[in-house]
Write a protein that binds this ligand. Structure first.
Ligand code: HPA
Length: 243
């Protein structure tokens, strides 16, 4: 049952223009600022800007455990997140939207679990890391919001903050990745450990390094493809989550 819902805004998605209250949540992993958005029907949505205010925290320094624990402490059960991604799949062009359905983990220096052995040894099932319930809802509602979901995508998560080399992108392609980003791991893993249903929507902002000859990663294109999609996505999430 959906009890309380959250939206995690990735690069370029920092807030929702509406009635909001700022809350500081203290967790044992650190403090997190979230916005509580009051909807017209008295329901509430928790909004968490992943990189903090004004995109101040780079992907490798985000306190993922504090973020996810803060949502758990607010009794969140379901989460939609957005993430900017590069594409290494010919079918997924700049400005397209994809639903992430699996990941490859190439992160190196992140704390990626709550299960440190204090409570016995625990292993989390990753056969279906992303929430199929929320995924199906997006598929169903997207056309009403003029959002063209291009398909499912396997997400390779890199440590960042640098972009990848051409050789790395070639390798990720051989391994089955469709898109590359820097934040879904450990976010999705920690959500699963806490029993929250987590779904990630990828906004394609660029072709990955070396994937297309002569196409460098251009930061202003990253911003414009997010801008083009974020309002529509926010509206759709709110409609789905408040239903
Ligand atoms: N690589 C890694 N992360 C990204 C990219 C990319 O090309 N684009 C947006 N986030």
């Amino acid at each position: 049952m959906i009890k309380r819902v959250a939206i995690i805004g990735g690069t370029g998605v920092y807030g929702i223009n509406s009635n909001e209250i700022i809350l500081n949540i203290k967790t044992i992993y650190g403090q997190v600022e979230v916005n509580i958005i009051k909807l017209n029907n008295d329901k509430e949505i928790v909004f968490l800007p992943r990189h903090g205010k004004g995109h101040s925290t780079p992907p490798h320094l985000i306190n993922y455990r504090a973020n996810m624990m803060a949502l758990k402490e607010l009794s969140v059960t379901h989460i939609y997140s957005t993430c900017a991604v590069g594409s290494l799949n010919e079918n997924y062009d700049i400005g397209d939207i994809v639903i992430i359905n699996d990941f490859l983990d190439f992160t190196k220096n992140r704390i990626n679990t709550f299960f440190d052995g204090d409570d016995g040894v625990k292993h989390t099932d990753m056969s279906d890391p992303y929430c199929s319930y929320l995924r199906n809802k997006v598929m169903k509602f997207s056309s009403d919001y003029d959002i063209n979901i291009k398909g499912n995508a396997v997400y390779a998560c890199t440590e960042g903050p640098r972009f990848e080399t051409s050789a790395e992108i070639k390798m990720y392609g051989f391994m089955g990745a469709d898109v590359v980003g820097m934040t879904n791991v450990p976010e999705v893993v920690l959500a699963k450990e806490l029993g929250m249903c987590y779904s990630a929507i990828g906004i394609i902002t660029n072709w990955c390094t070396g994937f297309k000859k002569g196409e460098d990663i251009v930061l202003h294109e990253i911003a414009s493809s997010i801008e083009k999609n974020k309002i529509k996505l926010e509206k759709m999430f709110i409609e789905i989550l408040s239903g």
